[in-house]
Design a protein around this ligand. Structure first.
Ligand SMILES: *Cc1c(COP(=O)(O)O)cnc(C)c1O
Length: 464
């Protein structure tokens, strides 16, 4: 876009709307009833009862006319679909990995990488924080995942520009204490989701890569949000302002032996994933296994048309103007809330704004699930759906069976890509600011049904 605007969110939407999906705001009576029926758990709401859905940014993007046009070119051949070669070329161009293995979504890639690189139980896979499914696949192979992210990633007030960085001293310590042969691989996540979408710097990726090479340890990136990470490098790291996002991505991915990728985020599609690698050993091992677990090595569980949409979406999602709008929109929501004194995690990341429930509803004791109560109150106020990320998600200690109360008790407002307008963001902010002004009226909850595993999905509550 030629002209710098003075709009607070930086850029107006860089697209116009061709197809619309009508939305209804349910009545206040229906909202009250719906959240009670859902046991005050936003996961159990029907999407029909939701006006603005900020549950997740995974698989919820709006595709472009270019992607939809590509869907019609789906070549549904069992073997050697032309869309596979288009996808391969797109990954080679945007990320620079010569070899690819397609999978049905990100966790398919995590499964194959973990199987290929974790050769026996008891090994370690250090990572900058963790992601639920990545951790699960590492643990299924009998390995564990020590956290080597910098301390600031756990602090909601720290304003560091690259809060997702690996703490090199922590990583060195894990390697030295256990010996390099005990490290199955080092896993580095781009734009760390669990820290609120906080990026890794190029300098940090370079340093991790150097250390891994010295020690003979493979380095794998979880590149799921690498385009959004590359945008932050361009904006914040010295020497990258003039480079294109694709140039930055090529350099960044150049430090890894392989990546796993959930296409449901930065590739602007509803389903898909892949492994990219420059390591022939990783390529051959995962390509051999993909046939057993996902599908033939030229579709890996995706339809031909899905591969075409991923191929086109990967290129679109790495365009600077798009990313500027995308991250600008998240920032816009965060800024409206901050300006009104609503406590959020800082700095605002790429894909979500996190409310700090311990400060928002300090009158609700932790045993009454403050984040869960706040997410339910937001829904009741405005039919906006968010997600609890606190003690309910954390679960119980495996040994003592006691509830764990983590340092962070958050509500996540996750923004789907290209789906909602900036006016929708204003509506969300208005509701949350209103609630913040009337926070004393928000009631705590009592858990009345608790599933044994991943309880946050299906737990039920009542108001106390
Ligand atoms: C979503 C996600 C995954 C898992 O991908 P799915 O497509 O949901 O299976 C892995 N890592 C990160 C960082 C993610 O956000």
């Amino acid at each position: 876009m030629g002209r710098e605007t003075n709009l607070i969110h930086g850029l107006p939407e860089p697209f116009k709307i061709k197809v619309v999906e009508p939305l209804v705001v349910p009545s206040p009576e229906r909202r009250k009833e719906a959240i009670r029926e859902a046991g005050y758990n936003t996961f159990l709401l029907r999407s029909d009862d939701v006006y603005i859905d900020l549950l997740t940014d995974s698989g919820t993007a709006a595709m472009s006319d270019n992607q939809w046009a590509g869907m019609m070119l789906g070549d549904e051949a069992y073997a050697g679909s032309k869309n596979f070669y288009t996808l391969e070329k797109s990954i080679q161009d945007v990320l620079g990995f010569p070899y690819i293995v397609p999978t049905h979504q990100g966790r398919g890639a995590e499964h194959l990488i973990s199987r290929a690189l974790i050769k026996k139980p008891g090994l370690l896979v250090p990572r900058n924080m963790y992601f639920t499914t990545s951790k699960e696949h590492v643990e299924l192979q009998g390995a564990s995942m020590p956290d080597v992210v910098i301390d600031e990633a756990h602090d909601p007030e720290s304003m560091l520009p690259f809060k997702g960085n690996v703490d090199i001293a922590k990583l060195k310590k894990v390697i030295e204490q256990n010996g390099a042969e005990k490290i199955a691989f080092v896993y580095v996540e781009m734009n760390v989701n669990m820290a609120g979408g906080q990026p890794v710097s190029m300098a940090n990726a370079r340093e991790v890569s150097k250390l891994c090479k010295e020690k003979g340890i493979k380095l794998v990136f979880d590149a799921t949000r690498s385009s959004e990470n590359a945008f932050f490098i361009k904006e914040r790291e010295e020497g990258y302002a003039k480079k294109t996002v694709v140039e930055i991505l090529n350099e960044l991915m150049g430090y890894a032996d392989a990546c796993i990728y959930s296409a449901k985020k930065d590739c602007l599609v509803n389903i898909g994933g892949f492994i990219g690698t420059r390591d022939i050993g990783i390529f051959e091992a995962t390509r051999e296994m993909v046939v057993t677990y996902e599908g033939l090595h030229t579709y890996g569980g995706m339809a031909g048309r899905d591969m075409e949409a991923v191929a086109r979406g990967l290129r679109e999602g790495a365009q600077y103007e798009y990313l500027k709008y995308r991250i600008g929109q998240t920032n816009y929501l965060g800024k409206m809330l901050m300006d009104a004194g609503v406590p959020i995690v800082k700095p605002v990341g790429s894909h979500a704004v996190f409310l700090n429930a311990l400060k928002f509803v300090p009158h609700i004791p932790r045993e009454q699930w403050p984040s869960q109560a706040l997410a339910a109150a937001i829904y009741e106020d405005s039919a906006v759906r968010s997600m609890e990320r606190g003690a309910v998600s954390k679960g119980r200690d495996k040994n003592t069976k006691e509830n764990i109360f983590p340092k962070l008790e958050l509500v996540r407002l996750t923004i789907p890509r290209r789906v909602y307008t900036n006016t929708h963001m204003e509506y969300v902010a208005e509701s949350i600011i209103h609630l913040h002004e009337h926070k004393d009226e928000i009631k705590g909850l009592k858990m009345v049904y608790e599933p044994p595993a991943l309880r946050f999905f299906q737990a039920k509550f009542e108001q106390v």
